[in-house]
Design a protein around this ligand. Structure first.
Ligand code: KG4
Ligand code: ZN
Length: 341
């Protein structure tokens, strides 16, 4: 007999994307609909939480209907509803959580709350059907920079984390400082292609006693000091060179720490995840470093790196198999820790 198909309807609304997806058996994406608010927040130079929540409530039903339509299914075909319940902006998360509860209550479907970072990590399962734990994962997004040992599905050991800004946050702030605008990551990457990464040396922070932890405040100050120095001495400021040199400083540290962790833990597989994982310099650098050390390297396509609901559907599937079921008291948890239930 053919095995039962498990279809997860997944919802993601933790930041500035209203997203819904239908995912079959954890790895096959039947639809992945994303309504981005980027253009709206660009007016303010960053995400305005209040506006994000309002936009989610306006869009969420259309996005879900579109996800079902594109997948060619109805709610009758859905096995369970998975939703991001943290971490993220509380007002934004609440929209997705309330929506997921309403659907699962009305249709008597299991409700599965998913950790946003578990979603980012699980994005790697979508296009790499052979990838299974254990593996190392570098999660680099706008809110998080974690080096994680994925011991098993749903079992995570955090080896290192940022002590200050997240990598994506540093990209966003530096883009603003050199006048490239929001969102910073893609703008810095584009500018860097025209620049010289060796033009300016920015520091690579090391934290004594914590070789897997990160700090990006030093490189950030160095860029700001460099810009101020140029202004004071009336020297030309070349945004492309600053972008390329800054990007290299961040990417070097990310690769260095990830490779060190891989070597010291004997990992045979390394994955990257989160918005910054769509950065070409990071992907290329990590691919080369892994090739040298004979470590298999995995990364999602850019559309599955930045926030989306397909990744929540992949994570939700493995949580479903593990028996995770949330009750009607599920709430948004803005500072949810990885591994919490
Ligand atoms: O994962 P994500 O969509 O949202 C969070 O969970 O935070 O990540 C967004 C972050 C932003 O900081 C954005 O600037 C960064 O990812 N990002 C990039 C690139 N694309 C997005 N950073 C560097 N290079 C990129 N190409
Ligand atoms: Zn994210």
């Amino acid at each position: 007999m053919e095995e039962k198909e498990i279809l997860i309807l997944a919802i993601e609304s933790s930041c500035d994307e209203t997203a819904a997806a239908v995912v079959k058996n954890g790895r096959e994406v039947l639809s992945n609909v994303i309504s981005s608010q980027i253009a709206l927040h660009t007016l303010y130079g960053g995400v305005v939480p209040e506006i994000a929540s309002r936009k989610h409530i306006e869009k969420i039903n259309q996005v879900i209907e579109e996800a079902l339509r594109q997948a060619g299914v109805t709610l009758d075909d859905i096995t369970a509803v998975a939703v991001t319940y943290g971490p993220g902006l509380v007002g934004a998360l609440l929209v997705g959580v309330a929506e997921a509860k309403a659907i699962s209550y009305a249709r008597k479907l299991p409700l599965i709350g998913v950790h946003h970072i578990e979603g980012h990590i699980s994005a790697n399962y979508i296009e790499n059907r052979d990838l299974e734990p254990p593996f190392l994962c570098l999660v680099v997004s706008g809110g998080h920079t974690h080096l994680v040992n994925v011991a098993d599905y749903g079992r995570y050991e955090i080896l290192g984390r940022t002590r200050d800004d997240a990598a994506g946050e540093a990209f966003d702030k530096m883009a603003r400082a050199i006048g490239l605008g929001y969102p910073g990551g893609p703008k810095i990457e584009k500018a860097a292609r025209e620049g010289n990464a060796e033009a300016i040396f920015f520091p690579r922070a090391k934290i004594s006693g914590s070789p897997y932890d990160f700090s990006f405040s030093g490189v950030k100050s160095a860029v700001l000091n460099y810009i101020n120095g140029c202004k004071m001495k009336n020297l030309p400021i070349v945004p492309a060179d600053i972008a390329a040199s800054f990007q290299k400083a961040v990417v070097d540290v990310l690769i260095d720490h990830a490779m060190r962790a891989a070597e010291e833990t004997g990992a045979k597989k390394l994955a990257i995840a989160g918005g910054v994982a769509s950065n070409g310099a990071l992907r290329e650098g990590m691919r080369k470093a892994c090739e040298e050390k004979k470590i298999a390297f995995y990364h999602p396509s850019p559309i599955f790196c930045t926030d989306n609901a397909a990744m929540i559907g992949a994570a939700g599937y493995y949580e479903y198999l593990a028996g995770t079921r949330h009750g009607w008291d599920l709430n948004a948890v803005p500072n949810l820790k990885l591994g919490d239930r």
